[in-house]
Ligand binder design. Structure first.
Ligand SMILES: [Zn+2]
Length: 241
C-alpha cells in the first residue's frame, strides 16, 4: 500500500540524499547553529567509530559510512513520533521511550533532539542552559554512536548481538571522546557481557558483527550460542531488543 506524507512516497524507504534533505527541511526544527553543532558532533563520533571498526568492515560499507552524517535527521520528539507512526511504524515496533531509530532499507537514522533525551537521563545529570554541555552530559553522543553502529550492521544480525554490539562500540566511542554514558545497571551488564565475548572470540566477534561472511557457519553458531544463552538475563522480557 502506498502512503504519502506531504508529497513523499513513503511506501519506499530508499530515500536519496535530496529526499532526505527535503525531509530534514520538513521536519527539522533546528537553528543553523544547532544543526552545525550536531553535524560537527556527528563527524567527531563518526571518525572515532571509524578508527575502531575500520579493520573489520567490508569496503562497500565504508562507502556508506563516508556520508553517514548526511543520513541522519534530527527532529523534535513530536515529529519523530509522527514520522515513525505514519510510515516507519509499520515496519518498526517502537516504544514511547524510543528516541532514535535506524532504518535499514532507507539507510538513514532518525533521532529526537538532544534536549528530549533528558527524559532518559537521571535528573541530577540534566542541564538545560547550554546546548553543547547538554549534548555531552545527557549521553546523546552514546545514542548517536549506537545508531551509527546499527547502520553499519546487517539487519539480519540476531537481535541480541545487534543490540549488544551497538552498546559496546558506542561505549568505546564515548570513552575515547571522554563524554558521559548512561550509567545504568543493565546497560553496564550488557556492555560487560560483550566485552567478555570479545575476550573469548577476539577479532572473530568484530567480523561477526560487521562482516559475518568472513566466518564459517560453525564459528558463527558458536558466537551466536554464547549470546543466546544470556538473552533473558540481558534483555528480560525482550526489553531493549
Ligand atoms: Zn539499538
Amino acid at each position: 500500500m502506498s502512503e504519502t506524507n506531504k508529497g513523499f512516497d513513503l511506501s519506499r524507504f530508499d530515500l536519496n540524499d535530496e529526499q532526505l534533505d527535503s525531509l530534514r527541511l520538513e521536519v527539522g526544527r533546528l537553528t543553523p547553529s544547532q544543526q552545525e553543532l550536531l553535524t560537527s558532533q556527528t563527524r567527531e563520533v563518526k571518525e572515532e567509530l571509524l578508527r575502531i571498526v575500520r579493520p573489520f568492515i567490508p569496503t562497500e560499507l565504508m562507502k556508506k559510512y563516508q556520508n553517514i552524517e548526511g543520513r541522519i535527521i534530527f527532529l523534535s520528539k513530536y515529529e519523530f513520533n509522527r514520522v515513525i507512526s505514519s510510515w516507519v511504524g509499520q515496519e518498526y515496533q517502537y516504544h514511547p521511550k524510543t528516541f532514535a531509530i535506524t532504518h535499514h532499507t532507507g539507510e538513514f537514522i532518525l533521532m529526537a533532539l538532544p534536549a528530549e533525551f533528558s527524559e532518559l537521563v537521571p535528573i541530577e545529570k540534566q542541564l538545560d542552559s547550554d546546548f553543547e554541555a547538554e549534548l555531552i552530559e545527557i549521553s546523546f553522543v552514546e545514542f548517536l554512536a549506537h545508531e551509527m553502529v546499527h547502520l553499519l550492521q546487517s539487519p539480519e544480525t540476531p537481535a541480541i548481538v545487534y543490540e549488544l554490539a551497538a552498546r559496546w562500540y558506542a561505549r568505546q566511542v564515548v570513552a575515547s571522546l571522554t563524554h558521559a554514558w548512561l550509567e545504568e545497571r543493565l546497560e553496564n551488564l550488557r556492555v560487560e557481557y560483550f566485552q567478555q565475548a570479545l575476550e573469548r572470540f577476539g577479532d572473530k566477534l568484530h567480523y561477526y558483527v560487521f562482516n559475518p561472511s568472513r566466518l564459517s557457519s560453525t564459528q558463527r553458531d558458536e558466537i551466536f550460542n554464547y549470546f543466546r544463552e544470556a538473552k533473558d538475563m540481558l534483555f528480560p522480557k525482550e526489553m531493549g531488543l
